[in-house]
Design a protein around this ligand. Structure first.
Ligand SMILES: [Zn+2]
Length: 926
């Protein structure tokens, strides 16, 4: 009848939970938590499971602690990815079909409809809701919405009106990552590779070559004075192009890039790289130099030609040295131009020789180049004949001079490569005109965010640095796209607001999402939202009663208490939302805290839908049960640590839940009289309650499970061992079961609800009061006595194993009084190094000499080994060891099956007796 059957528990609970987590403003204190909403373009895997289960455990915890808890969910369907998916499905792309049909298990008739992008997101949004519900995630589903709902678009338009009025939305020319296949700017989410690459501004140094220019891209224009030659790759084909009407010689890749960067580019003819070798070129700042051959020159970097400064660039130095070793160009000498402390005349030569670099291919070359670059930038000075200025000043001055006088241009490039779009195309940099930006570069805006960040709770605390760094480095953000789903951009309706820009303050929208559905979108003017969110009255507000109810909801719930998200969103979403909040809302409505998650692994490898390395959440729930999935995900790591899903470990979690279930059913109706051991069990329970509560308050789900599950289970084992023979346990066990079930209910709510009924608990366990530790039930004396006893039992067991004889008797020999005095002095000492002096102040101790100093050493070691929760109480409460062991004599004789003697060490003749310490008696097995 009461068999352990997770499937049955799930069914029972679901029936009672249908509307259980719908939450409204009340007299209670609120707790509002949100998690980044999903983009529903595929099935949920166990990694997603954790993202929503961590906040659920926290939501359930605070609900039981009597807070009015709101945990809402919505779906983010803005952007282009789903459009790409629908196109690939329409084209019957085998990889996409395989993913959706075989991995995500979409039925064929549904898959046929996936040629419409909205069908995809609708399908997976309801799948998400179904699977989240199956996992027991306690969401108020009345507040569900998608980001393409017309009412939501009205809300976004209102938000953008405020951003615009605050001067944060600007229009201009700007270099952005761009995909020429999609003909669209590329956001972080649109990248297959290279999301860390930054756009860097190079100066093109223009060398004259006949009637044409040969440009070379550099970050160090000041080194022009030390140019000895150019490098061209003899095996590639260059092109002669008219750039803005002037002939240039560059690589074909460079020509394509320049065409995206505000230049007209017209290809005239091809030139073989080998034909450029030995050509003479010139620049007014360095005179005539030859073009030399080099294999390292990459046509896809800069112009495809490089200026060579062998005195200061290790690559150039080695390339020239290699040629000269082969007997070529013997007359070219490096030309030094920068004096830098710590290096000789020719820094590149120094560093190459110091590190025994023999080849251009040496893997240390990049690091060495960077080393010189940094040293020269921070401490270097140009020689007097080149102006004598520090490098950091000269660099910008030379660049400006070149642009003004010597035909130089700017070229944008990525600092690292490759950068690849989701479509597989190489991403380029395009200067967009009439592009709209969010001006995240604005120092005043940054400061507002930094100031508020300082007031926020960030979990774990280490992420604070990463937030600070992001705020510092954020640049202007292209905030519109031409392709995709979403809200039209108010000042240019041919464009759409891009996905990371329409998902920054929707946590406020949740507070009214279920009520705003009742209002005709046409009525939702900016004045309406100004009233709901900012309390601004204006004449002729429509449906005022409904607006008042929404205002009340917002005021009750906002600001949110905690936002949960994966750590890879710090560099965009989690920081963006702060920028938007500080602009729109007053100080008392700004976010209070964030919790940042680690990543999920599957059998040790990173989970990835596109690589097929995922385990679907629904499969996990049907195979192991929702409670098992929850407890495993919460117990295997703290939320901010990475976790690893392994089926074999999940199976043992299921066995733990079953053990818990059976134990509760076995002991809940015990009705014996309480003994001392019952007082011990209930006393211990108080600290488990306290520590579980503290752990969950700090979001430490793993720590909380250690206390609430393993802590209590271990106590119960000892308890049952210590019960008198004729007793199955006392009526105190009912109290323990009630507490235990409630402490575990946030983790395993299905089993929790079932057991709560069995215990005749009132209502749902989901709303049962969270246990509170009661000080008057804590009995330190009994806890210490049992601690002493259990440690001694362990000692006896390990000695028995060691000596491997069948014992005839066991003698427990207790430490003398003077050792207790020493123990106490050490336990209380602030500086344990000064203890010997302290002890030796006492004449009686001094007379004991070596015996006393040895005891100090042994006691110190023992105190280090004992946990603080034992040492602390021992300084307050003296354990009467003799009494403890006399009382437990029967127990010990039963455990070990031999007579047990208790003696004082001082009156024993056995040499071992001298080792007796307080809390660690000597054990003599004969
Ligand atoms: Zn693309």
């Amino acid at each position: 009848m009461n068999k352990f059957d997770l499937g049955k528990f799930e069914e029972e609970a679901q029936e009672q939970w249908t509307h259980a987590f719908e939450s409204n403003p009340s007299e209670l204190e609120k707790f509002y938590l949100t998690v980044a909403y999903p983009y529903p373009s595929g099935a949920m895997h166990v990694g997603h499971g954790r993202t929503y289960i961590v906040p659920d455990v926290i939501a359930r915890f605070w609900r039981m602690r009597g807070r009015q808890v709101l945990y809402p969910m919505a779906f983010h369907v803005t952007g282009a990815p789903v459009i790409g998916i629908s196109k690939r499905i329409a084209k019957k792309d085998p990889k996409t079909i395989h993913l959706y049909r075989d991995l995500y298990k979409v039925p064929q008739n549904v898959l046929d409809e996936f040629t419409d992008p909205l069908t995809i997101v609708r399908h997976f949004a309801s799948e998400y809701q179904r699977v989240m519900t199956a996992c027991g995630i306690s969401i108020d589903w009345r507040r569900r919405f998608t980001t393409v709902d017309p009412t939501y678009s009205k809300f976004i338009e209102w938000q953008w009106k405020h951003l615009y009025e605050a001067g944060h939305v600007i229009k201009g020319a700007h270099p952005v990552r761009y995909c020429t296949v999609d003909d669209n700017p590329v956001g972080d989410h649109d990248l297959l590779e290279g999301d860390k690459a930054e756009v860097i501004k190079f100066t093109l140094v223009m060398f004259r070559c006949g009637d044409a220019f040969i440009p070379t891209a550099t970050l160090r224009p000041e080194t022009i004075h030390g140019v000895t030659n150019l490098w061209a790759n003899p095996v590639i084909i260059y092109v002669r192009v008219l750039v803005d009407g002037i002939p240039w010689i560059i690589s074909r890749e460079a020509a394509e890039k320049l065409a995206l960067q505000d230049h007209t580019v017209e290809i005239e003819n091809e030139i073989a790289g080998r034909d450029l070798i030995d050509t003479m070129v010139s620049h007014p700042l360095c005179g005539k130099v030859p073009v030399l051959p080099a294999d390292f020159v990459d046509p896809d970097v800069g112009s495809g030609l490089v200026m060579s400064v062998p005195a200061h660039a290790p690559f150039d130095y080695i390339a020239l040295r290699d040629l000269q070793h082969a007997g070529r160009y013997p007359d070219i000498k490096p030309i030094p131009l920068i004096k830098v402390e710590g290096y000789g005349e020719i820094p590149a030569q120094d560093i190459v020789e110091k590190n025994d670099i023999t080849s251009q291919m040496d893997s240390r070359m990049d690091a060495l180049t960077q080393e010189i670059y940094s040293a020269e930038f921070s401490k270097g000075k140009l020689f007097e004949r080149y102006g004598g200025k520090p490098v950091r000043v000269a660099r910008d001055e030379v660049a400006a001079l070149m642009i003004e006088k010597y035909d130089s241009e700017i070229m944008y490039e990525f600092d690292t490569r490759p950068v690849v779009c989701r479509c597989g195309n190489k991403v380029k940099i395009k200067i967009l005109h009439d592009q709209w930006f969010l001006k995240y570069s604005d120092p005043a805006w940054k400061k507002q965010v930094s100031d508020h960040l300082g007031d926020m709770a960030l979990v774990p605390p280490e992420v604070r640095q990463e937030f600070d760094r992001t705020v510092d480095w954020l640049k202007d953000w292209a905030c519109t796209r031409r392709v995709g789903l979403g809200t039209r951009f108010p000042w240019d309706t041919t464009q759409l607001i891009e996905p990371l820009s329409d998902s920054t303050i929707y946590m406020a929208y949740y507070t009214i999402a279920h009520r705003i559905k009742e209002i005709e979108p046409g009525l939702l003017t900016p004045e309406v939202f100004d009233y709901i969110f900012l309390g601004k009255e204006s004449p002729d507000l429509p449906v005022k009663k409904k607006l008042e109810a929404m205002r009340k909801e917002f005021l009750f719930w906002y600001p949110y208490n905690f936002r949960f998200s994966a750590k890879d969103l710090i560099s965009n979403h989690l920081t963006f939302q702060l920028f938007h909040h500080v602009t729109i809302f007053p100080k008392d409505k700004l976010p209070l805290g964030m919790v940042v998650f680690g990543m999920g692994l599957l059998n040790g490898a990173k989970m990835s839908s596109s690589k097929g390395n995922v385990f679907l959440l629904e499969d996990a729930v049907s195979e192991f049960g929702a409670d098992t999935v929850r407890m495993f995900l919460m117990g295997s790591a703290e939320p901010w640590q990475d976790f690893d899903w392994r089926n074999d470990l999940v199976i043992s979690t299921k066995k733990q839940i079953e053990r818990f279930y059976n134990t509760v059913l076995e002991i809940k109706d015990a009705n014996g009289e309480p003994h001392d051991i019952d007082r011990w069990l209930i006393s211990r329970l108080q600290s488990h309650i306290e520590r579980t509560t503290a752990a969950l308050t700090n979001f430490q789900t793993r720590q909380a499970l250690q206390e609430a599950y393993f802590g209590i289970e271990t106590d119960l084992k000892w308890y049952r061992r210590r019960l008198p023979e004729d007793c199955d346990g006392s009526r105190e066990l009912h109290t323990l079961c009630s507490t235990w079930v409630r402490l575990l209910a946030p983790f395993i709510p299905f089993t929790g609800e079932h057991l709560w009924k069995q215990l005749a608990g009132e209502g749902l366990v989901s709303y049962a009061p969270w246990p509170v530790a009661e000080k008057n039930l804590v009995n330190i004396r009994i806890e210490l006595a049992e601690e002493l006893l259990s440690r001694t039992v362990e000692d006896i067991e390990s000695i028995k194993k060691l000596i491997q004889i069948t014992p005839k008797s066991i003698t427990i020999s207790l430490a003398p009084e003077w050792k207790h005095e020493i123990f106490l002095i050490i336990a209380k000492a602030e500086d344990r190094n000064l203890v010997v002096k302290e002890v030796m102040k006492n004449d009686a101790m001094r007379r004991r000499g070596k015996e006393a100093t040895d005891a100090v050493k042994q006691c110190t070691t023992l105190i280090h080994r004992l946990p603080p929760h034992v040492v602390g109480p021992l300084t307050q409460e003296r354990v009467n060891e003799k009494e403890v062991f006399e009382a437990a004599k029967g127990f010990l004789e039963k455990e070990f099956g031999v007579p047990v003697h208790i003696t004082e060490a001082e009156s024993s003749e056995h040499t071992k007796a001298a080792t007796a310490l307080p809390f660690k008696p000597a054990i003599i097995i004969a």
